[in-house]
Design a protein around this ligand. Structure first.
Ligand code: KIV
Length: 271
């Protein structure tokens, strides 16, 4: 990518252009100012303020307890840091499934209070009216199909989705409906690579995969997972780029030892 390309803000239109010229899209999660700043400077295209904050920040088992107020707090922290990447905010469980009016007012709150550029919703035809109304109000929407963590209690498992033909057919139809409704992109989570590739080929909007193989238009991971901050979660699709848990644990125990032994602070580290 040219230096100019690195500096220009990423828009939903630019993501479509990237797909058209076969340039892969990079996307990672962030929930706070410091992480978002590092990601933005590293040249990430899209930052997702994911409701996975419920897991990796708050320690909940699922994303179900996440609230709109907490998502807004995380998103505000992220947008204060970001100059280039497109910031997409997850709409949390219970803020858009009821009816389109509730969905629209949740999306409007996110946009007005956070200055993010887009929202992401989980689901297909069940939430189509909400998607339609949010887009009609001028808010860019990203879809999310396949494994949809907010529905975990309906399925009872985080296993690979859409392996059966009827599920694959529904997923393809849902993806088409989301594109027709005007979504600027879709996340496909934990589905067979060939199916994800077929969806990416059929749609003109970018398809971003997580555990959906290599034939899609881009990839997203939870930053805490790929950094090895939380090593309890090791699905096959996750590539670890660092073992920060080890690096942090070593730094913390060195600090404890230095404080106990009195070697910190030294003469040079005091006034
Ligand atoms: O909340 C999240 O981090 C997500 C990604 C897994 C795509 O939705």
């Amino acid at each position: 990518m040219s230096t100019e390309g690195m500096l220009r803000p990423v828009t939903t239109l630019r993501l479509t252009e990237m797909k058209q010229r076969g340039e892969k899209i990079s996307m990672l999660t962030a929930y706070d100012y410091s992480m978002a700043k590092i990601l933005d400077h590293a040249g990430i295209d899209v930052i997702l303020v994911g409701d996975s904050a419920a897991n990796v920040v708050a320690g909940y088992e699922t994303t179900v307890p996440m609230t709109l107020d907490k998502m807004i707090y995380h998103a505000q922290s992220v947008t204060r840091a970001v100059e280039r990447a497109l910031v997409v905010v997850d709409m949390p469980f219970g803020t858009y499934q009821g009816n389109w009016k509730e969905a629209l007012s949740s999306a409007v709150r996110i946009m007005k209070e956070t200055e993010a550029e887009a929202v992401k919703l989980e689901g297909g035809r069940e939430i189509l009216e909400s998607v339609d109304r949010i887009i009609s109000a001028g808010i860019p929407v990203m879809g999310h199909l396949g494994l949809t963590p907010q529905s975990i209690h309906k399925y009872g498992t985080y296993a690979v989705r859409a392996k059966e033909e009827h599920e694959a057919k529904k997923l393809i139809e849902d993806a088409r409906l989301l594109e027709q409704a005007g979504c600027f992109g879709i996340v496909l989570e934990k589905i067979p690579a060939q199916l994800a590739g077929r969806v990416a080929r059929e749609l003109t909007i970018p398809v971003i995969g997580i555990g959906a193989g290599r034939y899609v238009d881009g990839q997203v991971l939870v930053a805490h997972d790929m950094l090895g901050i939380n090593n309890d979660f090791s699905p096959r699709f996750l590539r670890r780029y660092a073992n920060l848990a080890e690096i942090m644990a070593n730094a913390f125990s060195s600090y404890v030892q230095d404080v106990k032994s009195g070697s910190f602070p030294s003469e040079d580290e005091q006034y």
